[in-house]
Design a protein around this ligand. Sequence first.
Ligand SMILES: *Cc1c(COP(=O)(O)O)cnc(C)c1O
Length: 387
Amino acid sequence: MIDSTRFYTTWVEISESAYAHNLKFFRNIIGPGPELSVVVKANAYGHGWQAIAGLAVKHGADSFSVHSLEEALKLRKAGFPQDILIMGPVPGPLLEAVAAENFRLVAFNRETILRLQEAAAGLQKTARVHLKLETGTHRQGISREELGGFLRALQESPAVQLEGVYTHFANIEDTTSHDYAFQQIRRFEEMSAAICQAGFPALKQHSACTAAALLFRQTHLDMVRLGIGQYGLWPSRETLVSYKIKYDNDVEKILRPVLAWKTRITQLKDLKAGDTIGYGRTYKTTRNSRIAVLPVGYSDGYDRGLSNQGYVLIRGKHAPVRGRVCMNLLMVDVTDIPEAQLEDEAVLLGRQGEEEISAEQLAGMCGTINYEIVSRINREIPRVLAA
Ligand SMILES: *Cc1c(COP(=O)(O)O)cnc(C)c1O
């Protein structure tokens, strides 16, 4: 894997103890019954799929859920024998790989079932599908009206086994009032019952993402698709507040962020009062200033929206971003950190000393959500396992 003794200019640290803590917490709330499927799409939300998959298995995950066939194949090639649910589209010509590797595939087109039948029969295998039921998210779901057609296609496809049914909530993390989610649960139950009655019993039913797993036990069913929570991040402020209201816990301590993103000072320079910094000359110093240049930019996933807004941690103190974030570089003000030295560690995201920069803080500054902040950290940046 990653050589942790090497000297990197920027790297992501993954805390095994934090990850283990989070997974244990979720296992506790869902209990031993339901399958715990960790969602490791988008490079495990930017955490590094390989490192996370290893930790997940070691600390009690049962299976994986991913977006693409490519992600599923990478897991298999890396030696993970666990079940893998592919939740995104797989084009017809690639369906053979689904059958060959015994992946679970979400189905939302009838054509997929018919073509999978051909591919699986050709290999003398049985392919497993999970139907994505439309309950109000209006993304990939199959509507009540379309359901009959799908079930007929399945009845005519002996090499395709309907293993499960699932749905995904539209706004469970966006609000503290969950009427719409409950409506989705009811629709899901109705449609699942209809599928059972049509002669497909013993289906694996699943609906829960992190927010649902945290807030509503009735969503756990046979399997939980745990994404952001395993990484120690809350799906939203609203979820945190809802959880606090419901369980009145010391919520801030429940989840531990797993990821830290670091870099090093590669240059220090002294500027005069009135000098401008970077492209567009958007920052003008108001005093004689010391600037540190860091070798990270927007192409690495450090959002350009953090220009003149963000800050990093150096020697446990705030060093504000000055000027625009460049493609591969950014400049921070270390005038008030006179002890800063060349090659000092700078924390872009995570803890240093008493201070912490959270994914939520960065998200707030650039008008997005913690999911986007972590998942866009460039894949090529090394992921290093830490205690
Ligand atoms: C990404 C995803 C999840 C995980 O959601 P989190 O909020 O990160 O837990 C679950 N189900 C589906 C269908 C997804 O696409």
